[in-house]
Design a protein around this ligand. Structure first.
Ligand code: LAG
Ligand code: CA
Length: 457
């Protein structure tokens, strides 16, 4: 690789939502590896429905019609394999979004050739699943307070797999193990709450160990569980990590409201941090229930930077594309619905992960350090130490914040990784002098300053 991958703990996930495989590979080499990202969550790689009549929406991916990897709107199987190899060489894992609760729904077409040409209709996927492989409750989930319904009826009309059956468990495991064989290191389990816990357990127990470059061992798994009074994250933590949606609501409201002074305690009372995947926004919340998203600009970037500075949870950074009006709008695409390569300075790609790339180095450098001491100034400003390894200040107000901060940092000249990157010893950001443990900074409106011991210039 062109850059030496930073050593140490690398667990930060970036969701390159809807990116082509070749674009993910380029980003691993140019940006993700050098800045210390741990993994990319890629969009679902299995064959999916093709909904020309609806303008090729992004959510085609969440309606599998076979587990063929060749091909999706994002590229061929060969391009997928090349992406996994290229990213691994750059020190970056690939986590696949595994859509295994269901197959297709009725949608605008109830049958058809899928993206790789397979014939199918709802409840009938030749050579893979037939009618007996789907649960008997062939209607939408109606009573979300009834756990059995949530797990055995249909989520937005999607044919619900009979995951209690060995045949279904084996086919899902075959699919996931094909990906592990290619070098995929982990999975997001889509709609995990809709799969009975024992079925998730039975599927995961069939998985092979990951590539030796990742140390062998079980694939990393995080389960999408939108906890409610009926099903909590604790039901799924025995099988792996879980998404913590309350964290998303807490951090997003705090930054949206400019009320962040209390956030040293963020995550208290939620899923234990070593089991929680945390995020400011995801591809669903940014559409269905937006609190703070890429559309909010600097304040949103600030929240993602804070997430990377705070010790709770495994951070998942969002990388989006914009749409106007209809949230079903797919990514930049050709006339036939094939996704276009990402160009962060063109089309509708936002690439907000690049604005926070330097903070990934902060997250990695301060791993294992506690939070504090901290200082505040009103409700919109908060600064804290991460032991003697790092110090970060956040200003969620519309005016600059100038003060002298007392840190545990050794004296020296530090790269401000909140406002640029530190790669191969090169600081592409302002620098600050720490002397006697103290430094004076002007933290910009809706901005941050962050110093750590692995970015001494
Ligand atoms: C998820 N997690 O549990 C995904 O994060 C979410 O993005 C998926 O919904 C959902 N579960 C199923 O995997 C997305 C769209 C839905 C879309 C669905 C299937 O948000 O709007 O449903 O993917 O493509 C669409 C239509 C529905 C229709 C359904 C079946 O919007 O009206 O009933 O397709 O035809
Ligand atoms: Ca189910």
């Amino acid at each position: 690789p062109a850059h030496a991958a930073p050593a140490g703990n690398r667990d930060v996930i970036v969701h390159l939502f809807q990116w082509r495989w070749e674009s993910v590979a380029e980003e691993c080499e140019s940006t993700l590896g050098p800045n210390g990202f741990g993994a990319v969550q890629v969009s679902p790689p299995q064959e999916h429905v093709v909904l020309a009549g609806e303008g090729y929406p992004w959510w085609q991916d969440y309606q599998p019609v076979s587990y063929a990897l060749d091909q999706t709107r994002r590229g061929t199987r060969a391009e997928f394999v090349d992406m996994v190899d290229t990213c691994r060489e750059a020190g970056v894992k690939i986590y696949v979004d595994a859509v295994v609760n269901h197959m297709s729904g009725t949608g605008s077409v109830g049958s058809g050739p899928g993206s790789a040409g397979s014939t199918y209709s709802k409840y009938d996927y030749p050579g893979l699943y037939q009618s007996q492989d789907f649960n008997d409750c062939r209607r939408d989930i109606a009573d979300w307070n009834d756990k059995w319904e949530v797990q055995h009826c249909e989520l937005v009309g999607l044919s619900d797999l009979r995951t209690s059956s060995d045949h279904v468990r084996d086919r899902i495991a075959d699919y996931l193990n094909e990906l592990v064989g290619i070098g995929v290191a982990g999975f997001r389990i889509d709609a995990a709450k809709h799969i009975p816990e024992a079925d998730v357990q039975a599927i995961l127990s069939r998985l092979d160990d990951v590539h030796p470059d990742w140390g062998g061992g079980r694939p990393y798994v995080f389960q999408e569980v939108i906890a409610d009074g009926t099903i909590g994250t604790g039901s799924y933590t025995p099988m792996g990590d879980v998404t913590e949606f309350q964290y998303h609501r807490d951090i997003s409201h705090a930054f949206a409201d400019g009320s962040i002074a209390h956030l040293t305690g963020l995550g208290g009372g939620l899923t234990p941090g070593d089991k929680a995947v945390v995020f400011v926004a995801n591809h669903d919340t940014q559409r269905n229930d937006p609190i703070l998203t890429h559309a909010d600009g600097a304040r949103y970037d600030l929240a993602q930077k804070f997430m990377l500075a705070h010790p709770y949870g495994t951070p998942k950074v969002m990388s989006s594309y914009t749409w106007s009006g209809d949230p079903r709008t797919g990514p930049p695409m050709d006339a036939d619905g094939t996704t276009r390569p990402t160009d962060c300075s063109a089309d509708r790609w936002v690439c907000e992960h690049r604005a926070v790339a330097g903070m990934v180095s902060f997250h990695n450098a301060v791993a294992g350090q506690g939070i504090g001491p901290s200082v505040t100034d009103g409700s919109g400003r908060l600064a804290f130490a991460r032991g003697s390894a790092g110090y970060a200040a956040f200003n969620a107000t519309s005016s600059a914040w100038t003060r002298t901060f007392t840190t545990g940092l050794p004296d020296g000249t530090y790269c401000d990784v909140a406002n640029g990157t530190f790669v191969d010893g090169v600081c592409d950001a302002p620098t600050y002098q720490v002397s006697g443990g103290r430094f004076t900074a002007t933290v910009p409106a809706d901005g941050a300053v962050a110093l750590h011991v692995e970015a001494l210039t």
